[in-house]
Write a protein that binds this ligand. Structure first.
Ligand code: UPG
Ligand code: MN
Length: 462
């Protein structure tokens, strides 16, 4: 086979599939045994226990139906693997633009320092920076979050070269500094980056503690003036600020490499207008990013996350860009893990079951649900496109830069995030994330699958 025909990803049976099937069958035998027991020992007519017995039997049948349905998608567990080197070899200069959305809603529950740690690992992804844009949506409309993001834009000029030079993982500064070996912590480069981080942390914590940003800091950026007219988090105009313009040849990190674009968005909020929670902010992000960078791939993460693999973007693209099967896949979902579960996971390992059993199983049947974070979408499919058999995506167009100065882009973006923009449109219904459901992510994923698309689950742990 010529190298351009080698697939970018493969699928294999998950490990221990037979063991799981044996386990599952043994449970089915036990369930059947309880039915036999219920049928043999039904109390006689007139016995007061008779109806209780029959009702219990009905409940057990109902439970068994639920159990059989859930086994049906656990039966064919699969595992996917990718060939990132083939992707780089064939597509390095045609890689698409990737727009990354981070959502935050409240500076007290979601401290600005945590939010910018998420932003910083995203900026440090191993991907051409001129094709990467990170957007922070702040539903809290908080000047503290904006200030922290401004600090992050300065710190990223040191952090990104550090990550690249030492090839570190994970690239969230807080997570990285929390698990450091003694040998690394002796190096001068480590000590100087740690010092910069600690100083930034101190400034952000101070501002957070006092709940305001000093006039001295306010003078550093024109964006702060937007807060002069903000009366409350639930009543303010749209704020769009591009903090790093990746197109600007003068904006470079300390090693002279370009930086990813970084933008802050706080959509308009009015007391009499329903804002539709995260789905509403995601839809505003889709439109605003479309006006600024218009990447054809969208990654969405919650503000309290980090990725443990800096190559995730490339990994996801192996699925979406594969010439043979990629055009069927609408989104690639990654698993979630939690750092703060108890040692023995007393919550019944439910997240482990999703990661190791349910999602690999769903992946063998057309793909997993979209769970709201760690998911790469195609912009087109998120905006309502239907799957058309035989239609392939054109990557050769690659990446088109938007024209216009930063202030022009900010100005034209504002109306896209206004309360009135969606009136009389299909946003929240046929386009973007769906409204009206507390799990907007799951129903959005299902509606994408109902339009004919498949999805993929990628879990790169070994
Ligand atoms: O009005 C809102 C409310 C929430 N969020 C953000 O949405 C994310 C998820 O909200 P959270 O309250 O943390 O919900 P969880 O239950 O922890 O999140 C899971 O479940 C949600 C609903 O299914 C998904 O949206 C999330 O991605 C998924 O991680 C967070 O980053 C929030 O900042 C907003 O941007 N605006
Ligand atoms: Mn959460």
């Amino acid at each position: 086979m010529r190298s351009e025909h080698l697939p970018l990803f493969g699928i294999e049976q998950a490990k221990n599939r037979t063991v799981y099937r044996l386990f599952s069958s043994s449970i089915f035998v036990c369930i059947s045994a309880t039915w036999v027991y219920r049928m043999i020992y039904v109390p006689e007519r007139g016995d007061s226990m008779r109806w209780t017995w029959i009702l219990l039997f009905a409940a057990e049948l109902w439970f068994a139906l639920f159990w059989v349905l859930s086994q049906s998608f656990r039966w064919n567990r699969v595992r996917r693997y990718t060939f990132i080197d083939r992707l780089s070899h064939r597509f390095e200069d045609k890689l698409p633009g990737v727009d990354i959305f981070v959502c935050t809603a409240d500076p007290t529950i979601e401290p600005p320092l945590m939010v910018i740690n998420t932003v910083l690992f995203l900026m440090a992804y191993d991907y051409p920076p001129e094709k990467l844009s990170v957007y922070l949506s702040d539903d809290g409309g908080s000047v503290l979050t904006f200030y922290a993001l401004l600090e992050a834009s300065h710190f990223s000029k040191h952090w990104l070269p550090f990550c690249k030079k030492f090839n570190i993982e994970p690239r969230s500064p807080a997570a990285y500094f929390a698990n450091i070996s003694d040998s690394i912590s002796q190096s001068t480069e480590f000590q100087s980056i740690k010092k910069l981080y600690d100083e930034m942390e101190h400034r952000i914590e101070t501002a957070t503690k006092f709940g305001r940003v000093s006039d001295e800091i306010r003078a550093q950026h024109k964006g702060f003036s937007e807060w002069d007219s903000v009366s409350s988090p639930r009543d303010h105009q749209t704020i769009v600020q591009i903090l790093v313009d990746g197109r600007d040849p003068r904006v470079l990190d300390t090693e002279g490499s370009p930086l990813p674009t970084l933008a802050y968005l706080s959509r308009e909020k009015r007391p009499n207008h329903h804002h539709n929670f995260k789905a509403g902010s995601m839809n505003a992000l889709i439109r605003v990013s479309g006006n600024i960078s218009n990447g054809s791939i969208i990654l969405n993460v919650d503000c309290d996350m980090y990725s443990n693999n800096s190559k995730s973007v490339r990994d996801a693209l192996c699925f979406l860009m594969d010439e043979e099967k990629g055009h069927e896949i609408a989104y690639v979902q990654y698993p979630q893990c939690f750092n703060n579960v108890t040692k023995n996971d007393i919550y019944g390992s439910s997240m482990r079951i999703i990661r190791e059993v349910d999602f690999p199983g769903l992946d063998g049947h057309g793909g997993p649900a979209y769970v709201g974070t760690g998911c790469f979408h195609r912009r087109e499919t998120l905006c309502g496109n239907k799957y058309v058999e035989g239609r392939k995506f054109e990557w050769k167009r690659g990446f088109v830069r938007r024209e216009g100065t930063v202030s022009e882009l900010e100005e034209t973006s504002k109306s896209l995030a206004d309360c009135s923009y969606e009136k009389g449109t299909q946003w929240g219904n046929e386009m973007g994330l769906l409204y009206g459901c507390p799990v907007e992510d799951v129903i959005t994923g299902l509606s994408i699958q109902c339009r004919g698309w498949k999805s993929a689950f990628s879990d790169q742990k070994e």
